[in-house]
Write a protein that binds this ligand. Structure first.
Ligand code: UD1
Length: 428
C-alpha cells in the first residue's frame, strides 16, 4: 500500500472564532479498549476518535485474536485476547502497547512483547509497571528488547509507586480488578483518564475506590461483565485550542471537556488580554493576541501537563517577556524548539529548561517557515506558532500529529484559521 505523504500549510494571522467540541481523549480510549478484553461479554466504547493511535491499538488487539469492530465513533470489543504474543512492529510503534501487560496477564496469564516505542521523548522505562506486577505475583523477565511475563494467579498487594506513572497505574488497576484479594496503589497517578478508566471498570463490575486521589483501593472480583463505556473529552486537545486562541486572538467556546481538568492550562494563559471563563458545559476563551510570559514546570496532574509543554512553548514565542519552561516529566522533550527557531523564535535550551524570549519583547516578528513535526504534541506546538506567524508555514511529518488529533486542520479551519492538508509533492 502506498501511503501518500501529507503536510499542513498554514497562513497565520486569522483570529479564531466559534464553537467546537473536543473528541474523546486518546489517553482515555486506549486503556478502555484493553479494559474491554477483561470480560467475555461485549464492551462498547463510544466517541473513539479517528486518530492513528486508536487505529493501531485496534490492529494490535486483532493481532492478539481479540474481536474488535468499529461502527462510526463506537468501537465494540468482544472477548479476551487469544494469544500472548504481540505483533512486534505494532508494539514498537506505540507506547500504549504497554497496556497489554495488565490486560493479558489478567486473562491469558502470559505476555510476550517487544519493549514499546511511541514518541521519541525520553527513555520511558517500564520499571514501575514491572515492580507492581511482580508485587502481585507475576514473573517478569525483561531482556534487551523483549518482555516476557507469566502469572498463573495475580494476588492483591500494597504497591508503593516510586512515581505516579499514568500507564503503570492503569495496568495495575486492570490487574487488581481481577486479582485475588485487595490491592492498594499508593502514590498512584490522579489524571482524569485514570478516573475515566476507574469509571469504566466499575461499570464492568470492578470494585474501585479512591480514583483521582493518590491512594486507590481495588478489591479483586471474580469476573467482569460487558458494559457501555465513554471516554472523557480530550483535555490536551482542549488545551491546544486554548493556546491557539491565545496566540491568534478571537473568541472560542470549547465544549466536551471539564474546565477543572484543564485549569492548570487555562490559569497560565489567563490575563487581561486573554479572558477565560468556564462553566459546566464549556470553556470560553476571548483573546486579543497579546500574551504574557510564564514560569512553569511540567508535572503530574493536577499540575501543568507535559503533553501541553510544546503548545505552551509555541504560544510563548509571541509573549511580551521571557518565559522559563521546565520539563520534569520526560527528558528530551524539546525537539519542537529547533523547529520553532525556524520561524525566528528566540529559544535557548539548557538541559530540561527552555528559555523563550517572546517576539513582543524582542520586536522580531515570527515569519512562516518550513518545519517538521518530531512528535505528536510538538507538532501541535508548531501549528500554534504557525497560526500566529506572518505569512505561510508548512509542517511536514504530520503523521505524528495524526496520532492524537483528529484532522487538526478541520479543527482549526472551522474556527476560521487558514490551514489545509496537502499532499507532499516531490522531494523536500
Ligand atoms: C501517559 C500518556 C502520555 C503522557 C504521560 C505523562 C497515555 C497513553 N500516555 O504516558 O501522553 O505524556 O502519561 O502524563 O496515557 N516512568 C518510569 N518507569 C515506568 C513508567 C514511567 O521511569 O515504569 C517515567 C517515564 O519515563 C516518564 C514518567 O515516568 O519520565 C511519566 O511516565 P508515565 O506517567 O508512565 O507516562 P505514560 O503512561 O507512558
Amino acid at each position: 500500500m502506498i501511503v501518500m505523504e501529507e503536510m499542513l500549510v498554514i497562513r497565520g494571522g486569522s483570529p479564531l472564532k466559534g464553537d467546537i467540541t473536543v473528541h474523546g481523549a486518546k489517553n482515555a480510549v486506549l486503556p478502555l479498549l484493553l479494559a474491554g478484553t477483561l470480560t467475555d461479554e461485549e464492551v462498547e466504547i463510544s466517541d473513539c476518535p479517528f486518530i492513528s493511535d486508536v487505529e493501531a491499538m485496534t490492529l494490535l488487539m486483532r493481532s492478539l485474536g481479540v474481536d474488535v469492530s468499529r461502527e462510526g465513533r463506537s468501537i465494540r470489543v468482544r472477548g479476551s485476547a487469544k494469544r500472548a504474543n504481540a505483533d512486534g512492529a505494532l508494539s514498537k510503534t506505540m507506547r500504549s502497547s504497554m497496556f497489554m501487560l495488565g490486560a493479558l496477564l489478567s486473562t491469558v496469564h502470559e505476555v510476550h512483547m517487544p519493549l514499546p516505542g511511541g514518541c521519541n521523548i525520553g527513555a520511558r522505562p517500564l520499571d514501575i509497571h514491572i515492580d507492581g506486577l511482580r508485587a502481585m505475583g507475576a514473573r517478569v523477565e525483561a531482556g534487551e528488547d523483549m518482555l516476557d511475563c507469566y502469572a498463573d494467579e495475580l494476588r492483591g498487594a500494597d504497591i508503593v509507586m516510586r512515581y505516579p506513572s499514568v500507564g503503570a497505574t492503569e495496568n495495575l488497576m486492570m490487574c487488581a480488578s481481577l486479582a485475588k484479594g485487595d490491592t492498594r496503589l499508593i502514590n498512584c497517578a490522579r489524571e482524569p483518564e485514570i478516573v475515566c478508566l476507574a469509571k469504566g471498570l466499575k461499570s464492568m463490575g470492578a470494585d474501585i475506590s479512591g480514583e483521582g486521589t493518590s491512594v486507590m483501593r481495588i478489591r479483586g472480583v471474580g469476573r467482569l461483565k460487558g458494559a457501555s463505556l465513554a471516554p472523557c473529552g480530550d483535555r490536551i486537545v482542549a488545551g491546544t485550542l486554548v493556546a491557539a486562541t491565545a496566540v491568534a486572538g478571537g473568541d472560542v467556546r470549547i465544549y466536551g471537556v471539564d474546565p477543572s481538568d484543564i485549569s492548570s492550562v487555562t490559569d497560565v494563559f489567563k490575563s487581561e488580554h486573554c479572558r477565560i471563563s468556564g462553566d459546566d458545559v464549556c470553556v470560553r476563551v476571548r483573546a486579543d493576541g497579546r500574551i504574557h510570559p510564564v514560569n512553569i514546570s511540567t508535572a503530574p496532574f493536577p499540575l501543568f501537563p507535559t503533553d501541553m509543554q510544546a503548545q505552551l512553548m509555541g504560544a510563548m514565542c509571541f509573549s511580551d517577556g521571557v518565559s522559563v519552561i521546565d520539563e520534569t516529566v520526560f527528558e528530551r522533550r524539546f525537539a519542537h524548539a529547533r523547529e520553532l527557531v525556524k520561524l525566528g523564535a528566540d529559544i535557548t535550551l539548557d538541559a530540561g529548561r527552555a528559555i523563550v524570549r517572546g517576539s513582543a519583547l524582542t520586536g522580531r516578528k515570527l515569519q512562516g517557515a518550513i518545519m517538521h513535526a518530531r512528535d505528536l504534541r510538538g507538532g501541535a506546538g508548531l501549528a500554534i506558532a504557525a497560526l500566529g506567524a506572518e505569512g505561510e508555514s508548512a509542517i511536514f511529518d504530520i503523521g505524528y500529529i495524526d496520532r492524537g488529533y483528529e484532522r487538526l486542520e478541520d479543527m482549526f479551519s472551522c474556527l476560521g484559521a487558514d490551514i489545509s492538508r496537502l499532499p507532499v509533492q516531490g522531494e523536500m
